[in-house]
Design a protein around this ligand. Structure first.
Ligand code: BGC
Length: 438
């Protein structure tokens, strides 16, 4: 590192800007490596993209009925009742949200699955639903799962800070079914298992046939798209349908240019060496990257702030609030912060979040180019997650990257927010699975 780089905050910030930049050339390299890793992952070769077949294709829009879904994401559990009218409209009839406790995230598998079963029981009570009538439930489980069928799959590894013991390597549908039995809810049948990206894609494509990508930009990040079965070389079964949605697990992509802050963050994390893209892009980590920069600037005397020594004390929500002009410092008990320091912190947030959005944009560009190299068709990308929904300018920064890569043709790509898509989509998947059994 050049020793002269950092004598003033301004010089430090311009050094930081170059450290976090994602140029068009970088984007082309990301796309090239994405295609390599996608090819390997689909062939069953060693790859940082797991490319997991989901056993689901896009819906027809004619699926009909009332369905239950359980959505286990990064920080919340949601139980939902969804009504499908068979004409492309999916309505959320009822939803209950529960915050996942620290004991459930870091304790035993039984504690976690008992907690999930308790949430389902509370939902039944809140919605005055009968406790005995047989019903189907679709399970959105937002972690890497080696799926074996539409309703079974083993957890490969936890992400997003979960360390629950005794679940990795086990079938999560069986674990949920056992917990439901323990809580006298054996009348609930787990009909489908889906990743949140797959739910999001299915939810949007229920009404929009142009939708061919599902992306999550929230606590974690990931994407899926419909792949021709003939190109999934590692998948040996043949089915009625010519395509199957593939859960890429793109958070694991490991061909990005990391800097010293990324390396410090990774070394201190629960899953060091894994989830490189996720750690540079997703909401769980952006606050921590910014905090590491702030701590270094404090140590160098370039910021006169006393706080920020606690890991993960600064969250992506703080960054987002700062970008909206809100006061970040009162949350940390700091009343007298100079205008110059405030401006420096705003710049750090902008630099860290812009890199995240540009990497996400380049990754979307890679998947679209894989499906349609000359961008001949229109593509709707269904996106869920607070980073995309709430972070000021995030969407624009992603769109700028798509414009850099594709020029005017980028207009054929529509980035679309799909709220609650993961739960609604898995209810649709449950509907397809349940009708296939009848
Ligand atoms: C998980 C994915 C999930 C993503 C978004 C990642 O940490 O590995 O399965 O789709 O988070 O929730």
């Amino acid at each position: 590192m050049n020793k002269d780089f950092a004598h003033t905050p301004d010089r430090f910030l311009s050094h930081l800007e170059s450290l976090f930049s994602v140029t068009l050339q970088d984007a082309r390299e990301i796309m090239f490596h994405f295609h390599e890793e996608m090819r390997r992952g689909l062939a069953g070769e060693r790859s940082s993209l797991k490319m997991i077949p989901s056993f689901v294709s896009r819906p027809k829009g004619t699926e009909k009925g009332n369905f239950l879904a359980l959505d286990l994401g990064g920080t919340n559990i949601r139980v939902l009742a969804v009504e499908l009218d068979g004409k492309g409209n999916a309505t959320l009839a009822a939803v209950s949200r529960f915050v996942i406790s620290h004991e459930a995230m870091g304790g035993s598998g039984d504690t976690l699955f008992n907690f999930i079963a308790d949430c389902i029981q509370s939902f039944f009570r809140e919605q005055h639903l009968g406790m005995q009538q047989a019903c189907d439930l679709a399970f959105t489980f937002s972690f890497p799962v080696e799926q074996r069928s539409i309703a079974s799959g083993k957890l490969i590894c936890w992400t997003k800070g979960f360390t629950t013991s005794g679940v990795e390597g086990r079938d999560v549908v069986a674990l949920l079914a056992e917990a439901l039995q323990r809580k006298d809810m054996g009348f609930i049948h787990v009909a489908a298992l889906a990743n949140d990206t797959v739910g999001t894609l299915v939810a949007k494509s229920y009404a929009d046939p142009d939708c061919d990508m599902g992306v999550i930009l929230g606590t974690g990040t990931n994407a899926c798209y419909p792949e021709k079965i003939a190109r999934i070389l590692k998948y040996h079964c043949s089915g009625a349908s010519a395509e199957m949605i593939v859960n890429m697990e793109w958070g694991g992509f490991d061909k990005l240019k990391t800097n010293r802050y990324d390396q410090v963050l990774d070394r201190a994390s629960h899953n060091s060496g894994l989830q490189q893209l996720e750690k540079m892009v997703s909401g769980m980590y952006l606050g921590e990257i910014a905090r590491l920069v702030i701590v270094e600037m404090i140590e160098k005397g370039l910021l006169s702030l006393p706080a920020f020594s606690e890991a993960y004390a600064l969250t992506t929500e703080h960054l987002s609030n700062t970008a909206q002009g809100q006061d970040l410092f009162s949350d940390f008990g700091l009343a007298h912060v100079s205008a110059a320091d405030r401006q420096t912190i705003r710049e750090i947030c902008r630099i860290v979040s812009t890199r995240s959005a540009r990497i996400a944009g380049a990754a979307i560009a890679a998947v679209i180019a894989w499906m349609d190299a000359d961008l001949e068709s229109s593509h709707t990308v269904a996106i869920d997650g607070a980073l995309f929904e709430k972070y000021p300018g995030f969407n624009n920064n992603m769109t700028d990257m798509l414009l850099d890569v594709f020029g005017d043709r980028a207009k054929r790509i529509k980035l679309y927010l799909v709220k609650d898509g993961s739960g609604i989509g898995s209810a649709i998947i449950g509907a397809v699975a349940a009708s296939a059994r009848r």
